[in-house]
Write a protein that binds this ligand. Structure first.
Ligand code: GDP
Ligand code: MG
Length: 595
C-alpha cells in the first residue's frame, strides 16, 4: 500500500471506557471479522485479559476502509492501558500518527486518560477526541465534551459521539481517522528501519514480532539485524494481521505488520529495538530504546515445597513471552525455597502470580512487595538492595529510594481525604487542577509507599471514585531503616522490611502482635521482638504451655490416643523451625497476607 493510503492509529482510554468494544465494532463494520466469527473482546486473547477486562499485550490489526471511492489501509494498534506497561504504551504510540482519545460519556476523564494523552502528545500524535457509551442513560455528553475541550482545546460540539456497543457513530469515526490522521512519511528508498512495538511468544510459531516500518522495506528470506544487540536473524515470514496472520511479500515504508524469525524467546526481539537489513544496514537506530526495568520485587514461594521445580519451569516459560519478568532463586527460613522476582509494577506482579496459579496450578505465597534501595555504607561502598535481607549490616551513610510522580483524579469533594492519605505516605504536593467537577492532584511520593496497599486505601476513602497513575521520577535520600522480626532471638527473614524511621515502630508492633496471635504456644516462653539492628523497638511474648496431648484423653481407649499422636505427627510435617521454635507454615502465610 502506498503511504498516502495508510493510516496508523491507536485508541487510548482509561480502563473500562470501552476500547476493546469499540475495536470489536471497527473490525465488524470494516468487514475485517465476519459477523458469524465475531465474539466480544476479539483482540484480547489471554484468559486473564478477558476476565479482568484489561489489555496486557498490544496487537496490531489491518482493516480496509473506503472513503469517496478511495481505498485505505487502517492499522489499528491496541495499546495496554495500564501504567505498569507505560514503556510498551509509549512504543505502541510511537508506531502511530494519530490517536483516538476515547472517554466514557458517563464517567468523564480519568487518570489513565490523562497519562495516555500526555504520552500521545509527547509523540506528536494527532488526537481525535471521542465520547463513548452515549447509549447509556447516565451519559452526560455535554459535560464530558466540555471537560475534554478544556483539556485539549477545540470546540466541544466537534467531538464525535459514539457507542461501541450499538455501533452508532463508528462509521463517522473511521471517516474521521482517514481525514485527520496524517499519512506516514519516511524514506522509501533508505536502508530499512523498523521499530519493534510488540513481541509475542506463540507456542507454535515462536516469537512474533510486531513492527512499524519507518524507512525502507523488508522482504521475506532477508537477513535482518537487531540493532541494540547486533543479533542476526532471517525473516522467515513477513505479514500483516487482518486479524489472522496473513503472509505478504514484504512490508514497505509506513506499513505495520509482523516478522517471524524462528527465535524462541522475546528477549531476542525486544520492544523498542530497531530492525534493519543485513545487506544494507541503517547506520543509526531509531531513538527511544530502553530495557524494561523492574521496579517492584517480591519473593514467590510454593506453599507445597515439592512444587519448587514446577515453579521454576513455569517462570522459565512465562519469561519466553515477558521480557520484563526477572527472577532468581532465593531461600527463606520461614518459607523454604522460592524465587525473588522483579516486576514492572503491582499489576504486573498480580498478573504473573495469577498466571502461575491458573496456568500452572501452583499454590503460592508472596512476600510483601519492595522496591530498589541504593544504600551507601559509611566506608563508601554502594549496595543495591531489592530484598531487605541484602540490607548491609553496620553503619549506613545514606539510603536513596525511588520516587514517582503520582496523579490522582477524583470528584472534588474528596480532596481533603486524599491529601491526608498522601501526606501520611510521605507525599509532597506538586500541583492541583480542577477539571469541572473533578480535581487532579499531583504528588511526588516514594514508590515504596505506593506498592503497599495505597491503592486500596485510596479507593475506600473515595468510594471507588479516584483513579491513580504514576511515573518514575528518579530517586531521593530518605531516613530509612530495616526492621527485623525475631522469634526467640532468631530473625524471621520473610518479615524484615525497609521502612521510614517514623513508621518503624508501627510496623514492628503490628507484625509482633500478628505473630503472637498466630503462633501456637510452645513448651517454653517465646519472645517476639522487632528490632532495628540490635535495638529492640517492640516486644510481645507467647507464653509457655505444657503440651501433653495424651493427658487430654486420660482414660480413653488406646486407638484414640494413637490417632491423636498420628495427627500431631501429620501437623509437624508442615512445621517450620525458627531456632527452637516450631511454627506452622500457615501462621507465616497468614501473617504475610495480613489475614
Ligand atoms: P476497555 O477496558 O476500555 O477495553 O473496555 P471494554 O471494551 O472492555 O468495556 C468495558 C465495559 O463497558 C464492558 O462491560 C462493555 O460492555 C461496556 N461498554 C463498552 N462500550 C460501551 C457502550 O458504547 N455502551 C455501553 N452501554 N456499554 C459499553
Ligand atoms: Mg480492553
Amino acid at each position: 500500500t502506498a503511504p498516502g493510503q495508510i493510516r496508523n492509529f491507536c485508541i487510548i482510554a482509561h480502563i473500562d471506557h470501552g476500547k476493546s468494544t469499540l475495536a470489536d465494532r471497527m473490525l465488524q463494520i470494516t468487514g475485517t471479522v465476519p459477523d458469524r466469527e465475531m465474539r466480544a473482546q476479539y483482540l484480547d486473547n489471554m484468559d486473564i485479559e478477558r476476565e479482568r477486562g484489561i489489555t496486557i499485550k498490544s496487537q496490531a490489526v489491518r482493516m480496509h476502509w473506503d472513503v469517496d471511492g478511495s481505498a485505505y489501509a487502517l492499522n489499528m494498534i491496541d495499546t495496554p492501558g495500564h501504567v505498569d506497561f507505560s514503556y510498551e504504551v509509549s512504543r505502541s504510540l510511537a508506531a502511530c500518527e494519530g490517536a483516538i482519545l476515547l472517554v466514557d460519556a458517563a464517567q468523564g476523564i480519568e487518570a489513565q486518560t490523562l497519562a495516555n494523552l500526555y504520552l500521545a502528545m509527547e509523540n506528536d500524535l494527532e488526537i481525535i477526541p471521542v465520547l463513548n457509551k452515549i447509549d447509556l442513560p447516565a451519559a452526560d455528553p455535554e459535560r464530558v465534551a466540555r471537560e475534554i475541550a478544556d483539556l485539549i482545546g477545540g470546540d466541544p460540539d466537534d467531538i464525535l459521539k459514539v457507542s461501541g456497543k450499538t455501533g452508532m457513530g463508528v462509521e463517522e469515526l473511521l471517516d474521521r481517522v482517514v481525514a485527520r490522521v496524517p499519512a506516514p512519511t519516511g524514506a522509501a528508498e533508505a536502508p530499512a528501519r523498523a521499530m519493534i512495538f510488540d513481541s509475542v511468544y506463540d507456542p507454535y510459531r515462536g516469537v512474533v514480532t510486531y513492527v512499524r516500518m519507518v524507512d525502507g522495506r523488508l522482504a521475506p528470506r532477508e537477513k535482518i539485524l537487531m540493532m541494540s544487540t547486533g543479533a542476526e536473524h532471517e525473516a522467515l515470514e513477513i505479514g500483516v494481521s487482518s486479524p489472522g496472520p496473513t503472509p505478504t511479500k514484504g512490508l514497505a515504508v509506513g506499513e505495520v505488520g509482523y516478522l517471524i524469525t524462528g527465535v524462541k524467546d522475546v528477549r531476542q526481539s525486544k520492544v523498542g529495538d530497531t530492525v534493519t537489513g543485513k545487506q544494507r544496514s541503517a547506520s543509526e537506530a531509531l531513538p527511544g530504546y530502553t530495557d524494561p526495568k523492574p521496579m517492584v520485587f517480591s519473593g514467590l514461594y510454593p506453599i507445597d515445597g515439592s512444587d519448587y521445580p514446577v515453579l521454576r519451569e513455569a517462570l522459565d516459560k512465562l519469561k519466553l513471552s515477558d521480557a520484563a519478568l526477572q527472577y532468581e532463586p532465593e531461600t527463606s527460613v520461614a518459607l523454604g525455597f522460592g524465587f525473588r522476582c522483579g516486576f514492572l509494577g503491582l499489576l504486573h506482579l498480580e498478573i504473573i502470580s495469577e498466571r502461575l496459579r491458573r496456568e500452572f496450578d501452583l499454590d503460592l505465597i508472596a512476600t510483601a512487595p519492595s522496591v530498589i534501595y541504593q544504600v551507601t555504607r559509611e566506608d563508601g561502598l554502594d549496595v543495591t538492595v531489592t530484598n531487605p535481607s541484602e540490607y548491609p549490616d553496620g553503619k549506613i551513610a545514606s539510603v536513596r529510594e525511588p520516587m514517582v510522580r503520582v496523579a490522582i483524579l477524583a470528584p472534588k469533594d474528596y480532596v481533603g481525604t486524599i491529601m491526608e492519605l498522601c501526606q501520611s505516605r510521605r507525599g509532597s504536593l506538586l500541583g492541583m487542577e480542577y477539571l469541572g467537577e473533578r480535581v487532579e492532584l499531583r504528588y511526588a511520593m516514594p514508590l515504596g509507599e505506593i506498592v503497599f496497599d495505597f491503592f486500596d486505601h485510596l479507593k475506600s476513602r473515595t468510594q471507588g471514585y479516584a483513579s491513580l497513575d504514576y511515573e518514575p521520577m528518579g530517586e531521593q535520600e530518605a531516613d530509612l531503616v530495616k526492621v527485623d522480626i525475631l522469634l526467640q532471638g532468631d530473625k524471621v527473614d520473610a518479615f524484615s522490611a525497609i521502612v521510614h524511621r517514623d513508621s518503624a515502630y508501627h510496623y514492628g508492633t503490628m507484625m509482633a502482635e500478628r505473630l503472637r496471635k498466630l503462633i501456637p504456644r510452645q513448651q517454653f516462653e517465646v519472645p517476639i521482638q522487632a528490632a532495628i539492628g540490635s535495638r529492640v523497638i517492640a516486644r510481645e511474648t507467647i507464653r509457655a504451655i505444657r503440651k501433653d496431648v495424651l493427658a487430654k484423653c486420660y482414660g480413653g481407649d488406646i486407638s484414640r490416643k494413637r490417632k491423636l499422636l498420628e495427627k500431631q505427627k501429620e501437623g509437624k510435617k508442615r512445621m517450620k523451625m525458627v531456632g527452637r521454635v516450631e511454627v506452622p507454615q500457615e501462621a507465616f502465610i497468614a501473617a504475610l497476607s495480613g489475614d
